[in-house]
Design a protein around this ligand. Sequence first.
Ligand code: HEM
Length: 416
Amino acid sequence: MLNNTSVAQTDYSPLSPQHQGNPYEFYARARKEYPVFYSPMLKLWIVTRYAEINQVLKDTSRFSSANSNLVDIEISPEVEAVLKEGYADMPRPSLVDNDPPGHTRVRSLVSSVLTPARIAALEPHIYATANALVDDWINSGCVDIISNFASKLPLFIIGDFLGIPRQDIQTVKKWCDDWLIILSGGAPVEQHVGCARSFVSLQHYVADILKQRSINPQDDLLTGLLNASLEGEANLSTPEIISLVMQLLFAGHETTAHLIGNGVALLVQHPQQLEALRQNPSLAVNAVEEVMRFESPVPGLIRTTTEAVELGGVQLPKSARLQLLYASGNRDNTQFTEPERFDIHRIPNGKHLAFGGGIHYCVGAALARLEGRIALEVLTQRLPNLRMVPNQEIAYVPSIIIRGLLKFLVEWDLRA
Ligand code: HEM
């Protein structure tokens, strides 16, 4: 058995431009030589092989999702004073940061609202929104597809779906982002008070809408969450719904934005596959699965051990924090043939981990797939000879839990 120190990898530097340019070579080496290793820089144990990732996903009693924030933040008295203006004990654990039995209750209530039928009914609205976005810039011949399309479509759709007025959605998103920046350790301490104010504004904003919906119900998710009930279970409280709105907005926006962005980037770099998709739009279903596998928008998420445990031959102490590298598992040749080859003709084997697995399997997967399919379909159908603008600088989102491009310029032929 390896001991802890022999697997410490000081050269793992996931935010370096070199690693971000191609993390997959490192992942392949890690799967072979040090499948579970410790990153002193991140203070995380990194799990790289499909088998061990799957083992952790299935063992929720020894690998907890509670407190799955990236960092322990220190709440200063100034921040605490601001937070007191909001709901007590916020944020509440809801889904991604919860364990059974609390998770089971919230997940059942959310699933009773986020039904396959409700998601499928969004299809015409997603087509209309995607086409309207393309209308805005189609005559320009060149656009940053991330800020003008990939980022906007999922934000508008999840906002509309929740029932947040379109004119408020950017502000609401910013409030969520500010708080998440603190949780991911991205904000300097002097910005924490401002971020806390954003969080409190979000709480009051959502609580106000919920009050309105209790008097005047609408056909939206907020009304659905407010009224969701299961026999023998307490309904969702206002603070719980606020936490859920944050998770749905973050999980339903940033991730899908990068599915679309990564998809466009991969397709323009594989022009024959782009052309095959243009000629046969029904290939978009497979294309989405292959993009998810090949460039997973969420490369990995966090778990914590509840007791000392052995994983992949490595002894982990109690309270060890782990990152499950889904993006590495998705290139594991024990599960996928020729995993380093991008191929939208590949028949999906249903095994990729890009939506996680087990009880935390992405609750919005059907929506993400629908948006991804429609986005790739609309873009390839409407933009003739779609291609990458040459010689542009490529930079990735500086995050270990999101993989996507900050900006990606594409051009196409203008119709005469
Ligand atoms: C391409 C887009 C998406 C990707 C890559 C993605 C990825 C994931 C992953 C990997 C997990 C598992 C979390 C874990 O292992 O701890 C997850 C869970 C989750 N996702 Fe998504 N997601 C996407 C879209 C969405 C959408 C559109 C929504 C909202 C409608 C959403 C809401 C959630 C929520 C609430 C959870 C937590 C579920 C639970 O813990 O029970 N996601 N997602």
